[in-house]
Ligand binder design. Structure first.
Ligand code: FAD
Length: 431
């Protein structure tokens, strides 16, 4: 059975960044020929970025505005410069807690590999119509926004001419603009919640600039047409998200795009018994991006859904570096990570905060700083983002607005955490 120092599952921006940083960490610590492998089921590396031909990527990482494929290419080139091995059209079928990977491709059929450290970076998928309970027939003309994006940007097909979009996540907003630029008419974007699920900049650049209405607190209650979508009925919803009778309005259209949330691709993680966070649907990780299963790391959209790829790359670089360190510790038979370290500090969510990544921090293993990323559960204006260590408030940051569509973060310093006992908790909250 082939054995690797580090295997990375998924060749999107998270997997690429993790593989590169793992390789660099080995080299920095004097390992001449580290064996790092990236497994990707698609025909090319780059993940979802290959279909995101709009600009807006890389402002933080490269201080430049790049398109998705350009951003991906920078990382693909870095991978190639290091001769890091990758296998395309190779689907990982299962993994185990002791880091055995079963994969399948045309050349080798089904095969198994082992590794010292495993990085999960399988990304996420879109919530489909079946999960949304929209009544009506199942006519042609209903696509997830990401599928439509792939058809238009990569395959050269137009899914329709008169379009309504349900859900105001970033993909839906970006597709509203894309379809308009390609000559379609986007009648409206309907959003169930009283706030958008996307970034403010996307609402401005993709809807406002093109005069496309955003209908907050609205949903699709009926789909007309048997063979092909012929129209939709949209109604306003009340505070409990139930359609309000009498507010129905019919829209004549031939296409409905769904942009109603992303689900981390965690079938492999679940199969391996990795402890999951029910809020993010991704694994629970510590400050090193290590899951509850030793030597298994997670990063990118498989961990929690990101809005900016730059943060994906940053988080994945940490996961890759820690995965390499774990491998080197195993080889040296040095002190393995002490998972029951009694200085591990739990990170909890307080008022208004839905989740945090990581969920626990071991000061002994953290860098000089640790970034805690989180999302809030509602829109709050003129509020404060606070961090407490025990009873002490260590951060109090004024925010004009925080919303579920925009990921937030707080950065804590090692010196703030060193010396705190395992009984102390960190709480992230809004006030
Ligand atoms: C439509 C869309 C528009 C976006 N627009 C922007 C933007 O304008 N600016 C910005 O900064 N960010 C944007 N983002 C966000 C950013 O692109 C994502 O956060 C980022 O691509 C996530 O990277 P990832 O590597 O975690 O996942 P992905 O890019 O999804 O990569 C995961 C990879 O894993 C592979 N994989 C999955 N399962 C397996 C398996 N079992 N075996 C082998 N391979 C597997 C997949 O094929 C895929 O290549 C956008 C995202 C989307 C979806």
């Amino acid at each position: 059975m082939d054995r690797y120092d580090v295997i990375v599952i998924g060749g999107g921006p998270a997997g690429l960044s993790a593989a590169i940083s793992a390789y660099d960490e080995f080299r920095a610590k004097g390992v001449e020929k580290p064996s790092v492998l990236v497994l990707e089921r698609d025909v090319r590396l780059g993940g979802i970025l290959n279909q995101c031909i709009h600009n807006g990527f890389g402002l933080h990482t490269f201080k430049e505005e790049l398109t998705g494929p350009e951003y991906a290419l920078r990382y693909i080139n870095m991978l190639r410069e290091r001769n890091i091995e990758f296998m395309l059209q190779t689907m990982v079928m299962s993994i185990t807690g002791d880091r055995r990977v079963t994969a399948m491709n045309r050349q080798r059929g089904m095969f198994e590999m082992e590794c010292d450290s495993l990085v999960l970076s399988m990304g996420c998928r879109e919530r489909a119509r079946g999960a949304l309970n929209i009544p009506g027939y199942r006519p042609a003309g209903i696509y997830s926004a990401g599928t439509a994006q792939r058809l238009v940007n990569m395959e050269g097909f137009m899914p329709g001419r008169e379009v309504v979009i349900l859900g105001s996540g970033d993909i839906g907003l970006i597709m509203a603009r894309r379809m308009t630029l390609e000559g379609a008419r986007v009648l409206a974007v309907a959003e169930l919640m009283p706030y958008s699920g996307g970034l403010k900049r996307n609402i401005v650049q993709c809807l406002d600039d093109f005069g496309i209405p955003l209908l907050l607190s609205h949903t699709v209650v009926d789909i007309k047409g048997k063979e092909r979508v012929e129209g939709l009925v949209i109604a306003e919803v009340d505070a409990s998200l139930k359609p309000i009778p009498g507010t129905e309005k019919e829209y004549k259209c031939d296409t409905l795009l769904l942009s109603c949330g992303l689900l981390p691709e965690n079938e492999l993680s679940n199969g391996a018994g990795i402890e999951m966070n029910p809020v993010t649907n991704g694994p629970k990780v510590n400050e090193s991006m290590e899951t509850g299963t030793p030597g298994v790391y997670a990063c990118g959209n498989v961990l929690h859904v990101h809005d900016l790829v730059d943060y994906v790359s940053e988080e994945a670089a940490l996961a890759g570096r820690c995965a390499a360190d774990h491998s080197m510790r195993l080889k040296e038979k040095a002190e393995a990570y002490d998972r029951d370290d009694d200085t591990a500090i739990t990170v909890t969510t307080g008022n208004g905060v839905r989740y945090t990544v990581p969920v626990c921090i071991r000061p002994k293993f953290m860098d000089e700083t640790v970034t805690i990323r989180f999302r809030v559960g509602n829109v709050y204006r003129n509020c404060f983002v606070d961090a407490y260590i025990g009873d002490e408030r260590v951060l109090h940051r004024k925010k004009q607005v925080v919303s579920p569509g925009e990921m937030e973060n707080v950065i804590l310093k090692k010196e703030q955490l060193t010396g705190a006992s395992g009984n102390v908790r960190i709480e992230i909250c809004t006030e």
